[in-house]
Design a protein around this ligand. Structure first.
Ligand SMILES: [Zn+2]
Ligand SMILES: [Zn+2]
Length: 158
């Protein structure tokens, strides 16, 4: 298992044009890659990077705009964007206390190592997942508990 260290808090990041900046005041709950077709489309890339936090631990500049849509797992998801440059900062399920920061918006991404992979049934064929990595064909049915546990082990919180 590859280990990593969470940098000193707060973690900071922002959009491409600089209008929206955010600060995360607590350590992330988990980091994973999502290979669902929704993430592939909204990132216009091979997968989405989800850095999960409690919403209450996020401080963000005013001005984000949001859109809602149904996800592949049948839940209403809300995405939040910079209105000037269109970069997606975070998304989440309506009513959930946890949100997913799009990890590519962090100022420092050098320490990120995923705890696992979800929705692997639609992963791009060139994406290789090692045998000792946690991976799920679709949505984890345990509420991300196994991914969170592995993240705690990787980051030394356990
Ligand atoms: Zn912007
Ligand atoms: Zn996804």
């Amino acid at each position: 298992m590859q280990k990593t260290a969470i940098p000193p808090l707060p973690l900071t990041g922002g959009c491409q044009c600089g209008r929206i900046r955010y600060r995360m005041l607590a350590a992330p709950l988990v980091f994973y890659l999502c290979h669902c077709t929704e993430c592939q489309r909204h990132t216009s890339s091979a997968f989405g990077e989800s850095l999960r936090f409690k919403r209450e631990d996020m401080e963000v500049d005013p001005g984000l705009v949001s859109v809602s849509r149904m996800s592949e797992s049948g839940k209403e998801r809300q995405g939040w964007f910079c209105p000037d440059c269109g970069v997606r900062i975070w998304h989440g399920t309506n009513g959930s206390p946890e949100i997913n920061i799009k990890a590519g918006t962090l100022d420092d991404t050098s320490w990120l190592v995923p705890a696992g992979h979800i929705w692997c049934r639609s992963r791009q064929p060139f994406m290789r997942i090692a045998e000792d990595e946690l991976s799920y064909d679709a949505q984890p049915t345990d509420g991300y508990e196994a991914l969170k546990l592995r993240w705690s082990e990787m980051t030394g919180a356990l």
